[in-house]
Design a protein around this ligand. Structure first.
Ligand code: ADP
Ligand code: MG
Length: 253
């Protein structure tokens, strides 16, 4: 069988050349990393869950007119996406204080923020994805002012969509990060949501109990990560029951 060409292997996904020019196959691995890959593990089933969840969120976003790279899911672990030039930024939207914002500014985790706050980190593993301002982004040419306006508009639309969706199933969207890429339609260029949207890239807390249902479960050893992600998928009605992360098949005599 002809082997596909691997374009890139990252911490959570592998990119392969797609079947047509301008397309990429995104393969979701079970690898989990945190703290800039200082903490690592393999979480059986995580890739399957994130593939399905990212599909679900991106299909929904496409449906309300927020452009994303998602084309179609190919199988349990792979999806076909539109290739784009990734803007080298992690775009973070925060609704409640948590993580690095709480640490940096001394605001207690869970404090409601006065309005959604958008932050940018420069995507560079060697530097540990440092926080940057629009000044840096403009001066170093990572994105233009027009791009930044579009990025903020995209990020806030994703925030409204995801917040509402999660609220409907009793989950608080505390914060999330997206990546945005540039695509060209003839001479015309525009920005689309790329990479993934999943419990790896969001903070999700149960509204009633405060239970964490996202990658913090792995970061801070709070229990089974696969169970947490399965719970998110179950509440959203995303995973058919038999396709959740489950024990290996048993022999039936
Ligand atoms: N549509 C796309 N076109 C090109 N690159 C993409 C697209 N979507 C995501 N990527 C890139 O693919 C990589 C996904 O793999 P991941 O394991 O998340 O990598 P990393 O360890 O760099 O975060 C990321 O570097 C991301 O920026
Ligand atoms: Mg990544």
């Amino acid at each position: 069988m002809a082997r596909r060409k691997k374009i890139y292997e990252g911490k959570a996904k592998i990119l392969y050349e797609g079947p047509e020019p301008g397309t990429i196959v995104q393969y979701f691995k079970d690898d989990a990393t945190a703290f800039n890959a200082e903490k690592k593990d393999v979480i059986e089933g995580k890739g399957v869950l994130n593939n399905r969840l990212s599909e679900y969120f991106m299909v929904g976003l496409n449906g309300i007119g927020v452009p994303t790279h998602f084309i179609k899911r190919l199988n349990m672990r792979e999806q076909l996406v539109r290739a784009c030039e990734i803007i080298p930024l992690e775009i973070i939207v925060r609704n409640y204080a948590a993580g690095s914002l709480s640490k940096r500014l001394g605001i207690e985790e869970g404090t409601a923020l006065p309005r959604p706050i958008v932050e940018y980190c420069y995507k560079d593993d060697k530097l540990g994805d440092p926080l940057v301002t629009e000044e840096h982004i403009g001066a170093f040419g990572w994105a233009s002012q027009q791009d930044m306006d579009d990025i903020v508009a995209l990020a806030l639309r994703v925030n409204d969509y995801m917040s509402g969706l999660m609220y409907g199933v009793g989950i608080r969207l505390v914060d999330f990060k997206i990546e945005v890429g540039r695509v060209y339609d003839g001479d015309y260029q525009r920005l689309i949501v790329a990479d993934e949207i999943s419990p790896d890239s969001c903070r999700l807390w149960d509204i009633e109990t405060g239970q964490k249902l996202d990658k913090d479960v792995f970061r801070h050893d709070l229990g089974s990560l696969a169970d947490a992600y399965t719970e998110v998928a179950r509440r959203l009605g995303v995973m058919p029951k038999q396709a959740t992360h489950m024990a290996k098949p048993k022999l039936i005599n």
